[in-house]
Ligand binder design. Sequence first.
Ligand code: GDP
Length: 313
Amino acid sequence: MERDARIYVAGHRGLVGAAIRRRLEAAGFRNLLLRTHAELDLTDQAAVRAFFDRERPRYVFLAAARVGGIHANDTYPADFIRDNLLIEVNVIDAAWRAGVEKLLFLGSSCIYPRLAPQPMREDCLLAGPLEPTNQWYAVAKIAGIKMCQAYRRQYGFRAISLMPTNLYGPGDNFSLEDGHVLPALIRRFHEAKEAGAPSVTVWGSGTPRREFLHVDDLADAALFLMERYDGEEIVNVGVGSDVTIREAAELVRKVVGYPGRIEFDTSRPDGTPRKLLDVSRLGALGWSARIPLEEGLRDTYRWFLEHLAEIRR
Ligand code: GDP
């Protein structure tokens, strides 16, 4: 990508889009095209087509999505499937129509079957039933992958798809109910420390295993693949190792400096038992993650403390 090429980052205020924007700016890309949700509603097909016709970006990072943790997915199934399908159909189709040179689509590790062999290789997609708590989001993301593959086959559109593992980092959603596990726990441990509470409750049994990737690592992989990969096959992006939710909670407790106990609320769902990505395809292309979990959590906690006022609003 030329440093002055027009690059549209869809979803630049979200966790992933903001990290991609930071990464592109750090690499010297100076012609970024950005629109807030209020300026451009990506679920509105006419608005999206008009935007692409007018602005003619050369490259697109499709990081816009409706996302949330296990509880949000389970509570708003219609919003998750509708908004994500609309965003994908509108953006991928309009990008192709407007002559975009290359598009990068972001999926998720929840596209893989609930009981897929671990670590999960890219070829286990659609080899078994999905995890029910996030099936709505997963089906929409699978449709996005298939759109990229179909547009490549029929029209020669250079669309590639990355499957990131569970992400965290600065700019995450720190909502206690709707966020993902790490930001929710950072907030819960922090508030318990402030209040001098004797214990913190963690959802589920603590035994599920999750792989966590710092969003700055994902952004680095996205730029790397946009410049060096051009194929129909999806590419997993992860760190190659995972921890139990209990271990993750212990680590958050340490980073936040909370002295109390951890309790588990088994009336809350565990979700899928394990989802560790096989990252050998990405490794063979020459990329690996750099930010260790504890260091990434310290960075995220720092960001949380600096943004407490807006987070609590
Ligand atoms: P998932 O990977 O799609 O299941 O997404 P989450 O990040 O929401 O949840 C990961 C795991 O963390 C699940 O087993 C949850 O039950 C567990 N968990 C423990 N405490 C929390 C919490 O406070 N919020 C969330 N979202 N998950 C939690």
